[in-house]
Design a protein around this ligand. Structure first.
Ligand code: ATP
Ligand code: MG
Length: 542
């Protein structure tokens, strides 16, 4: 089924359900709400407007905005007309924007109003000047601060969202139905750029079949129903927000709650409290920040039962507190990558605390996993560490415009090579050991930073920790622990850390360097950019 037809079926199924989206942009202020029926009407109006502008099947339409309800509306409107939505990272600036616009051959860019982080409109205008294929800019209004409009159109190719919607009158519902009938589940619907954790982002081309099935399947394992209210503080631009979040909730008739344009720990918890959230999403660092709020204990989180933690490994101490203090007893760990729609393994109800802290669960229904020797490609025995590979319906079509990169990533038998080191136990639980690129080789020993991070996390002064390898003349590489201290915690240096480790970790796993810092460089999807930390460390160590 295509997303559009699935959508119509859901709308028919839950005609009286009160809210699909509840956008509580500024907690405490009046929230904007959409019922299923209203959402369908708004999606159709936007879809007809896009048809009126002449958007053809397969045209690329970019969305460059922090989270807002219109993001979701555009996601479904483009799916209904067979256009390909290109998710543009809100952190991009002129150079990266121009790259994505050109690389994807984008014809329209829907742009957020300027905020304190970015002059989206100004940068989009610059891209319009530089990229001849880009034909239209659409400016979203500012829904949060009253009175401020997005961009004021200055030339023919620019229009406001309101002006765009007016075009819908030129195309009837029959026009939209006719387009929907032309679509095939295996048509591309989405061009999602990877997070860029390890290098420059690559555009994963995903089909209706890929992401609709993945979203639905995740919701089945989370036991979502129309009574669920899913709080999504993770960015829509990333598959975590748009598939694990939006599409999953939609395909089970659940409500989604958007706690504002970008993540703040307080807004996320307020959204749960004020809207009776049953499920809360986040990468581990978001949960760490929520648990660290000075007034954490004052939030009423009693409606929560589940949620999704994904994107990177979660320290055991954090998981324990999420389950016991945030009431998320069924919280699931999802593992995956943009290229696999994204989720390929996941924990299930009934999995133990150990499963949810030490593994990323088992392979999703209708997908396959295997662990291979990265050098030879041979399939390894259970328990051995190698590269994790995924096969099945969720694997992307390929990297947009990069057939060489696609051929490197997806082999002739259809296996997607993840670039992640993992092992699988006899019951099929997968343990992620880190990225192949992050493994440290010190004096010939393979060191997986995660093991040391887990250990250092138990130090009472440590709030968050990342371990990286830095070049060393004698050993090839040495370990550096980058540490964020808990508020008020005393100083911590390499000698103190070594004392703490001695007798508990093998000598070669004890970090030689300790770098106490305020924060880690992050991707917008919430992943720590170890690449950048290594570069900084190398520059500093000379
Ligand atoms: P790029 O491919 O551009 O370097 P990226 O790999 O971070 O960036 P994404 O597709 O957003 O881009 O992330 C997928 C990666 O995130 C996985 O390959 C894996 O390394 C990591 N990851 C995802 N989920 C988990 C998880 N639950 N536990 C550990 N790591 C995870
Ligand atoms: Mg990747």
């Amino acid at each position: 089924e295509t997303i559009g037809r699935n959508f119509e079926r859901i709308v028919g199924q839950f005609p009286f359900h009160d809210a699909l989206i509840e956008a509580a942009a500024v907690p405490g202020a009046d929230a904007r709400r959409w019922s299923y029926t209203k959402l369908n009407d708004d999606v159709d109006r936007l879809a007809r407007a896009l048809l009126a502008l002449g958007v053809a099947k397969g045209d690329r339409i970019g969305i460059w905005s922090p989270n807002c309800a219109e993001w979701t509306i555009l996601q479904y409107a483009t799916a209904k007309i067979g256009a390909i939505l290109v998710n543009v990272n809100p952190a991009y600036r002129s150079h990266e924007l121009a790259f994505v616009v050109k690389q994807s051959g984008m014809r329209m860019l829907v742009t957020a109003p300027a905020d304190r982080n970015s002059d989206y409109v100004g940068l989009a205008r610059q891209a319009l000047g530089e990229c001849p294929e880009l034909r239209e800019l659409v400016f979203l209004p500012d829904f949060e601060s009253e009175g401020l409009d997005g961009g004021v159109p200055q030339r023919e190719q620019e229009l406001t969202y309101a002006e765009l919607l007016k075009r819908a009158d030129a195309v009837g519902h029959s026009g939209l139905k006719a387009r929907m009938a032309e679509l095939d589940p295996h048509d591309s619907v989405n061009l999602q750029y990877t997070s860029g954790t390890t290098g420059f982002p690559k555009g994963a081309t995903l089909t209706h079949h890929n992401i609709l099935n993945n979203g639905f399947s995740i919701g089945e394992l989370l036991r979502y129903t129309e009574h669920d209210r899913v709080v999504i503080p993770v960015p829509f631009y990333h598959c975590f927000g748009m598939v694990i979040g939006n599409l999953n909730a939609l395909s089970h008739g659940a409500a989604t709650i958007i706690p504002g344009r970008s993540f703040t720990p307080a807004a996320a918890l307020e959204a749960v409290q004020d809207f009776g959230g049953t499920s809360l999403y986040g990468v581990p660092t978001m949960f760490i920040a929520e648990l660290a709020l000075p007034d954490f204990a004052s939030y009423d989180l009693s409606t929560l039962r589940t949620g999704v933690m994904a994107g990177s490994l979660c320290p055991i101490e954090v998981m324990k507190r999420v389950i016991s203090e945030m009431n998320m007893r069924d919280v699931a760990i999802c593992y995956g990558m943009t290229e696999t729609s994204p989720v390929s393994t996941m924990t299930r109800d009934g999995d133990t605390l150990e499963h949810r802290t030490q593994t990323v669960g088992r392979t999703m229904p209708r997908l396959e996993s295997q662990v291979v020797d990265p050098a030879t490609g041979d399939v390894l025995e259970r328990g051995e560490i190698g590269e994790l590979c995924t096969r099945g319906y969720a694997v992307m079509k390929g990297y947009w415009g990069q057939p060489d990169k696609t051929a490197e990533a997806i082999d002739a038998e259809g296996w997607m090579h993840t670039g992640d080191l993992a092992r699988m136990d006899d019951e099929g639980y997968v343990v992620i050991e880190g990225r192949i690129k992050d493994m440290v080789i010190r004096g010939g020993e393979n060191i997986y930073p995660r093991e040391i991070e887990e250990f250092l996390y138990t130090h009472p002064a440590v709030q968050d920790v990342q371990v990286i390898g830095v070049p060393d003349a004698v050993y090839g590489e040495e370990l550096m622990a980058c540490i964020i201290l808990k508020p008020g915690a005393g100083p911590l240096d390499a000698a103190a850390v070594a004392d703490y480790c001695r007798g508990k970790l093998a000598h070669y796993k004890i970090p030689k360097y300790v770098d106490v810092r305020e924060s880690f460089p992050m991707t917008v999807s919430g992943k720590v950019r170890k690449v950048e930390m290594r570069e900084e460390a190398v520059a500093r160590l000379g």
